[in-house]
Design a binder for this molecule. Structure first.
Ligand SMILES: Cc1ncc(C[n+]2csc(CCOP(=O)(O)OP(=O)(O)O)c2C)c(N)n1
Ligand SMILES: [Mg+2]
Length: 375
């Protein structure tokens, strides 16, 4: 290998590696970080308007998480995987996309789906147990919230590949958790995306746990973002509680994909502040002291401090943002407190265009069981 080829190859390898520490634009005290020139050029601070728009969604996202928790306790929803503490990731994942782009969320990404302007009640009916999905994925370009881990990543790559073949200008953001990165589907999706150079951004919210399994039992790689180079795509890591940082890093990756630069793997370092779902008791596998360490890193607190100090966020603006969030919470309460009548047959109707014999059998069993209810 000639020395210039060797240098070029070393440069392109280095470009695929993530930053030595997670990218951060605003620190935990709400102060802008003085980054080196290269990082600052690659990840510019979003404009005050963009930050205000995102902060508005952040406040609503937190309110939605709190409201959903209350609705579960009141028996109005079956289950809620909260993204409390992860709202910066949620908001940024939706706001980095244009109208023609696609989002592939998981069960924990309700706030991301709502931030893409899907009706809040339509989003929640899945978690009430009424429907497989209450919104139309094609209308909103938001796939259904996936519970089988990492399966959505393959679907996302398929959509991105199709968009590329059709010459469409759309980018796909595919979300998953740290635990999902151990799935075979994760590997297949990243490998296919890199080999076929498709416009997709893989966005891993590393919230440190897969239910009770800590990250240390999931991976011993230097970071999840380091996995990217093994597939031949760039990886980046970002402080997932820094809204400005996540917006900038995801924005850069989305633009790269749009410009024909191929896929990127972005890992956000964050923390699941509450239990996995209401059916889990996190005190059984982690200490209060560990949770307390993350409390001061709250994405809302630092964004509020930064915007207030910059005199962008005024008391009136804060009050208006709070009112918006209350309106969304009231919409959720009204929608989920209303009586709903569901047809049990619908469970089977839309699985395949032609029902399979097994589905027909299961539907008949359910009908029989229901007809004997109360006997
Ligand atoms: C294929 C598959 N295996 C197992 C499960 C059960 N399960 C549901 S959530 C979860 C943990 C996932 O953790 P992570 O990917 O880190 O996401 P988080 O819940 O932390 O957002 C597991 C194992 C599942 N839903 N799908
Ligand atoms: Mg996790």
């Amino acid at each position: 290998m000639s020395s210039s080829t060797a240098e070029e190859s070393a440069r392109s390898e280095a470009a695929m590696l993530p930053s030595p520490t997670p990218v951060q634009l605003i620190n935990e005290r709400g102060v802008a970080v003085d980054n080196d020139t290269e990082t600052a050029a690659k990840y510019p601070m979003p404009s005050p308007e963009a930050l205000m728009r995102a902060y508005d969604k952040l406040v609503t996202g937190r309110r939605v998480n709190d409201q959903a928790g209350a609705l579960v306790r009141q028996g109005k929803m079956a289950v809620y995987p909260s993204s409390h503490g992860q709202e910066a990731c949620q908001v940024a994942a939706a706001l980095c996309l244009d109208a023609q782009d696609w989002l592939f969320p998981t069960y924990r990404d309700t706030v991301a789906v709502m931030t893409r302007d899907v009706d809040p009640v339509e989003v929640m009916v899945l978690l009430r147990g009424d429907w497989h999905s209450g919104y139309d994925p094609i209308e909103h370009k938001v796939a259904t919230q996936s519970t089988p881990l990492a399966t959505q990543l393959l679907h996302a790559v398929g959509v991105a590949h199709a968009a590329k073949l059709k010459g469409e200008d759309s980018v796909v953001v595919a979300m998953c958790g740290d635990g999902a990165s151990s799935e075979g589907d994760f590997h297949e999706a990243l490998n296919f995306a890199a080999v076929f150079h498709v416009p997709v951004v893989f966005f891993v919210q590393n919230n440190q746990y897969a239910i009770s399994v800590p990250l240390s039992h999931q991976s011993v790689a230097p970071s999840l973002a380091h996995k990217a180079i093994g597939y031949g795509m760039p990886g980046e890591r970002v402080d997932g509680n820094d809204l400005a940082g996540v917006l900038s890093v995801l924005g850069t990756a989305v633009q790269r994909a749009r410009d024909g630069g191929g896929p990127t793997l972005v890992e956000a370092h964050t923390y699941r502040m509450q239990s996995h779902t209401n059916a889990d008791d996190a005190t059984r596998y982690r200490t209060d002291a560990e949770v307390a360490e993350w409390a001061p890193k709250d994405p809302l607190v630092r964004m509020k401090k930064y915007l207030t100090d910059a005199a962008v966020l005024t008391d009136e603006a804060e009050a208006a943002i709070g009112d918006d969030a209350e309106r969304v919470a009231a919409t959720l309460r009204d929608g989920l407190n209303s009586e709903v009548s569901v047809d049990p047959d619908d469970l089977f109707k839309y699985v395949y265009s032609e029902p399979t014999p097994q589905l027909n059998e299961q539907a008949a069993m359910l009908r029989d069981e229901l007809s004997r209810e109360g006997e």
